[in-house]
Design a protein. Sequence first.
Length: 67
Amino acid sequence: MKTKEYLDELKTKSVEELNSDLVAAKKELFNLRFQNATNQLENTGRIKVVRKNIARIQTILAEKANA
């Protein structure tokens, strides 16, 4: 999914949905790091993508909290 489309999708979600997405993304990041540590991860670039998605979700949550 393209970044712009992903951001538009995030902006339409409620705070509860964003929080659940954030938890899921953090779990995925943990699993990716665990796989990387045990040399089972083939696509290491996925870690970077998930980290940026977590930051995007947190940014949208902060914007909604300030609004």
